[in-house]
Write a protein of this length. Structure first.
Lengths: 183, 443
């Protein structure tokens, strides 16, 4: 079995809905690249590199590639945008959310399968919820910055502990055994 | 079939597992949060926050029970070219969002959609009903035992965070009955015998065809009294009829060789395709007339025999038997086996590509023993020679065809008519001449 041949065959036989999802992957990465260029002092090379990475995500939405690309996006934002709080971080985050969701939905079904329209409607609503919550979080962050609060070392340690606890709880939740259907 | 085939139940992917998507959302959020905390950059946290929310949502909607699944083909048999359904059933469990299946069609099986890929969103109605059905249309374009499947079934939870499967489902085998090529003959069977068929007898008897009006005799049925003639002549008269008679038609299918390609899309049929479809057509025609039809298949792999019978059920039995035919050469044909069950007056219809001399020899033997034999030549012009198409093969095939022509002439000279299969009316001329010959002999 040749994985490359399989990938090309998959691309050639994509259903129209899958084409739409792959298009959304590309659009989200190019959107992020545009925001990055506007917000910071990155060069046009970032746009080209992110475009190439977008192409790789389009081919491999079901692999680790989108994860690596997202981490790369965080890195280029950290290095390319000097300001710690910029309003453009919110739309950039939404583009990353769109990228993640399009890759997840694309990998959830066979590439050739027609996807239900109601499913897309459901995700439009879900994205609106998550996007709204993210924007609210951004407003909190801007207010926090505007009022000039500084956490110091205690806040850093508390945040790290909270993060560790969150990851631990998550691990416990996802490794809980299933109900046995035969009993 | 019970829910959950063993292969699906014991498969390592028969569980809900974390997908790349969920691992990605957790990882990106963790990296963003760590980066934000360590570098004092809240904007990095804002970039990862949406994915953190998605990860939280996904973890809270993790499915708790594993679905069960099955593959069912509702109709156990169907005809060539007829559409059927293959249904993948998956039990609807809480928090399952999208169910998908992918079906593989075996040789000579067409799927709609093309690759059998189907998805379905699990709705509250599905949860109430308890099962989600993914339906793929299937069509077999050649008779025989056809394989539907195996299938792969999977499901995902919200945000594609957890995946069940894909688990494999074992294939199902269906019987595809040959589509009887259109065949019709107006000629009578040459030697009718019984009293149930549609052939008009030369003898008067109980039937539906008018013969004459004659004086009443003891034993005549009262319903046959012809009142008008009786009143005019002051003597009871009855209408008499010809007896309706049937005949035993024995179909011999030579399945020693299968020459040519069988590709329905290109309209190409092999010699065995022609043989089987012709046999089905001849059987259906004579059964429709009320005759008794038996079937014998000459093949080393499937030496099938079906005793004589009549009616619609027998027609189905014949089609089902024909669907099992597989070609394999036989070293020697036992003439006693071929002769078994063929009484005097039986019409033997042998269908063969006639590429080997043995079936022709059997036809000549049967004819010499007093049976009416008709041979249908199933090597239709568009059947291509077997094997590689190099010069030597072509020459060899031409030599064999010349030999075959000589054999055909010899067997025709011994009184066995050989008719090329051309669909409707193929046997008309032969059956008419056989019937005339019989009538002449009777006089």
């Amino acid at each position: 079995m040749n994985p490359m041949k399989d990938l090309i065959e998959d691309l050639r036989s994509l259903s129209p809905q899958q084409v739409l999802l792959r298009f959304a992957i590309m659009v989200s990465l190019l959107g992020f690249a545009t925001v990055l260029l506007i917000a910071g002092d990155s060069s046009m090379y970032a746009f080209i590199v992110l475009g190439i990475l977008g192409g790789l995500c389009v081919i491999n939405p079901h692999t680790v590639m989108p994860g690596a690309v997202l981490v790369y996006c965080l890195a280029v934002w950290w290095s390319g945008v000097p300001e710690p709080v910029v309003p453009l971080a919110a739309p950039a985050g939404l583009f990353l959310l769109l990228l993640h969701t399009a890759c997840a939905l694309s990998a959830a079904a066979p590439a050739q399968a027609e996807l239900p329209a109601a499913w897309f409607g459901q995700y439009a609503v879900r994205l609106a919820y998550v996007g709204g919550a993210s924007l609210a979080l951004s407003l909190v962050a801007y207010a926090h910055e505007a009022w000039g609060y500084r956490g110091g070392l205690t806040a850093v340690i508390a945040a790290l502990l909270a993060l560790g606890l969150g990851v631990g709880v998550h691990y416990w939740v996802v490794t809980t055994t299933h109900e046995d259907p035969t009993t | 079939m019970s829910l959950g085939t063993p292969s699906a139940r014991t498969h390592p992917d028969n569980r809900w597992a974390v997908t790349h998507a969920h691992a990605r959302s957790v990882l990106v959020f963790t990296v963003a949060a760590l980066g934000a905390v360590l570098t004092q950059r809240p904007d990095i946290l804002l970039l990862g926050a949406p994915l953190g929310l998605v990860a939280l949502w996904s973890a809270m909607t993790r499915p708790r029970s594993v679905p069960e699944t099955r593959l069912v083909v509702p109709a156990p048999h169907l005809r060539e070219g007829q559409w059927n359904r293959a249904v993948v059933g998956v039990t609807a469990t809480e928090r399952t969002e999208l169910v998908s299946s992918s079906l593989i069609g075996g040789p000579h099986v067409e799927l709609d959609p093309d690759r059998g890929a189907r998805t379905r969103r699990v709705t509250p109605e599905d949860l109430e009903r308890g099962e989600v059905h993914l339906i793929t249309r299937v069509r077999a374009d050649r008779w025989g035992l056809r394989r539907i499947g195996p299938a792969l079934v999977g499901a995902t939870s919200p945000w594609g965070a957890f995946r069940w499967g894909p688990v494999p489902l074992e294939h199902q085998v269906i019987k595809v009955l040959p589509d009887p090529a259109v065949f019709d003959t107006a000629a009578p069977a040459p030697h009718p015998q019984g009293l149930v068929g549609q052939h008009r007898s030369r003898r008067p008897g109980d039937g539906s065809e008018f013969n004459t009006i004659r004086p009443f005799q003891w034993g005549d049925r009262l319903k046959r009294i012809h009142w008008a003639r009786s009143l005019r002549t002051n003597e009871l008269h009855v209408t008499s009829s010809f007896a309706d008679q049937d005949t035993h038609v024995a179909i011999l299918v030579d399945a020693h060789y299968d020459l040519g390609r069988s590709v329905a899309k290109e309209g190409a049929s092999s010699s065995l395709d022609y043989s089987v479809r012709a046999a089905a057509a001849v059987a259906e025609h004579f059964l429709h007339q009320g005759d008794r039809v038996s079937l014998q298949v000459l093949s080393a792999r499937t030496p099938l025999t079906l005793p004589a019978g009549s009616g619609r059920h027998h027609s189905q039995r014949i089609l089902q038997t024909l669907s099992l035919v597989q070609a394999q050469p036989q070293d020697e044909i036992d003439p006693r086996r071929v002769r078994r069950g063929l009484g005097p007056g039986t019409l033997v219809v042998m269908i063969s590509a006639l590429v080997a001399p043995a079936p022709l020899a059997q036809a000549a033997l049967l004819s010499r023993s007093g049976l009416q034999v008709v041979v249908i030549d199933a090597l239709v012009d568009d059947v291509q020679p077997p094997g590689e198409q190099d010069d030597i093969a072509r020459l060899g095939w031409r030599i064999r065809l010349l030999e075959r022509e000589a054999e055909l002439r010899r067997v025709q000279a011994s009184g066995v008519p050989v008719v090329p299969w051309r669909g409707p009316g193929s046997l008309d001329q032969v059956l008419r001449s056989l019937a005339r010959h019989r009538r002449g002999a009777a006089r």
